[in-house]
Design a protein around this ligand. Structure first.
Ligand code: ATP
Ligand code: MG
Length: 383
């Protein structure tokens, strides 16, 4: 055992909840960490060895942050990728690599990559501006319903809109976009796959994401998903193919649609992902532990788990914006199968991810019932 494994200084770009959970694994192994985030009250502020407050979209900020580190990773994809490429050129290890991030950052490049590699995905077209889109609609080249996606800087469903008619384009921003075929899917699935520097790969089981109908955000993540073994295997195979073809070192989250027992890949994220939080308590190696192992080129950990795990996202209640107040949080502790995570964000706003609870039971029905009850009990409001 080489005790110098963790002599490298690790830079983490992004200091939200994903960074916080990544740091908790780093802290276990005494890895030296620096975090860059624009929020001076970031949840990571007091958990890393060094904290830099700065804009991760700014070239100079990212470059000078990275110069002080040996190995750099990120917990958000909307960062200055040119700076990462320059850092690679001066010998810094950036995992996932800048070339991987560059493809994923732009939904047009990402979807074009899927097509090129024969990864099943919905058909789509790229438009430079709203005028181009309007012209195409007037020429009857666009079928409704369809899905509008901003090519860059979308997150948590912002930057995605289902278009039912010409009128729906009126309030769209005039930025580059793709228009995708609308997929009437039965389920949304996700696979978290990890790949280390020497190319070893391991997947977690395929999970199912249940969405809130009104906010269109993930409410519950169910692991393993209630799907056939064939679908589970096929989804994992696709995730492995994507991780390898993108040459992704570290975690890759692959979001998919299941329709009539067929899978279409929706999008990928080269980082820890909300759909992998169940692994913290359910698996021997959490997605965060696995990411550290992958980027430090260590053996990957065990990903299977027994029983049924359900992760419930705790989001800001509608109608409340300001200093956060957690209502009925103590209810979680009455149930020994429930595990609470609070992200430490000072301010709440409608649908903002503020924490999560993972419930692990022998049977799915039991875990699901408990998750529903907690969802109705815990409310995230303001004082
Ligand atoms: N082609 C499609 N057909 C039907 N529904 C879609 C389609 N594309 C996206 N959606 C719906 O919109 C949601 C958000 O889309 P997508 O995941 O591509 O965007 P995002 O902004 O990156 O979201 P997030 O950050 O939440 O993952 C999907 O989870 C799905 O529910
Ligand atoms: Mg998504």
């Amino acid at each position: 055992m080489n005790s110098k494994i963790f002599d490298k200084k690790l830079g983490i770009i992004g200091g939200g909840q994903l960074g916080k959970m990544l740091l908790s694994e780093c802290n276990k192994m005494n890895i030296y960490t620096s975090v860059l985030d624009p929020n001076k009250n970031s949840p990571c502020k007091n958990l890393s060895n060094k904290f830099y407050c700065g804009d991760f979209n700014d070239y100079d900020t990212v470059y000078s942050f990275g110069k002080d580190c040996d190995l750099i990773t990120f917990e958000i994809e909307h960062i200055n990728v040119d700076a990462l490429e320059s850092l690679e050129k001066i010998g810094k290890a950036i995992y996932p690599k800048s070339k991987t991030l560059r493809i994923i950052q732009d939904k047009n490049l990402q979807k074009s990559f899927f097509k090129k590699k024969n990864i099943p995905t919905s058909n789509f077209e790229y438009f430079k501006s709203l005028d181009e889109l309007k012209k195409s609609i007037e020429d009857n080249k666009v079928k409704f319903p369809c899905v509008w996606k901003k090519t860059k800087f979308g997150y948590d469903g912002f930057g995605v809109k289902i278009l039912n008619s010409f009128d729906d384009i009126n309030n769209l921003p005039n930025s580059e976009m793709i228009i995708e075929d609308y997929i009437p899917f039965e389920k949304e699935l996700s696979v978290i796959v990890a790949r280390n520097v020497k190319g070893d790969i391991k997947c977690y089981r395929t999970v199912e994401m249940e969405f809130n109908n009104i906010s269109n955000q993930v409410e519950y993540v169910i692991s393993p998903g209630k799907i056939s073994e064939e679908i589970d295997n096929e989804a994992q195979k696709l995730a492995i193919k994507l991780s390898e073809s993108l040459d992704c070192i570290g975690l890759l989250a692959v979001e998919m649609f299941m329709n009539k027992n067929k899978i279409l890949v929706n999008e990928v994220a080269p980082r820890p992902h909300n759909s992998g939080h169940f692994s913290i308590e359910a698996c021997e190696s959490s997605q965060f532990q696995q990411h550290i192992r992958a980027i430090f080129n260590l053996d990957l950990g065990e990903t299977k788990h027994s029983g049924s795990a359900i992760m419930l996202n705790l989001v800001g209640e509608k109608g409340f914006k300001g200093k956060v107040f957690y209502e009925n949080l103590d209810e979680v502790f009455k149930d020994k199968s429930a595990n609470l995570h609070i992200y430490g964000k000072e301010e709440t706003r409608p649908n903002r991810k503020m924490g999560h609870v993972t419930i692990i039971c022998d049977k799915f029905e039991e875990a699901y019932k408990k998750a529903k009850t907690l969802k109705d009990t815990i409310k995230i409001k303001t004082k």
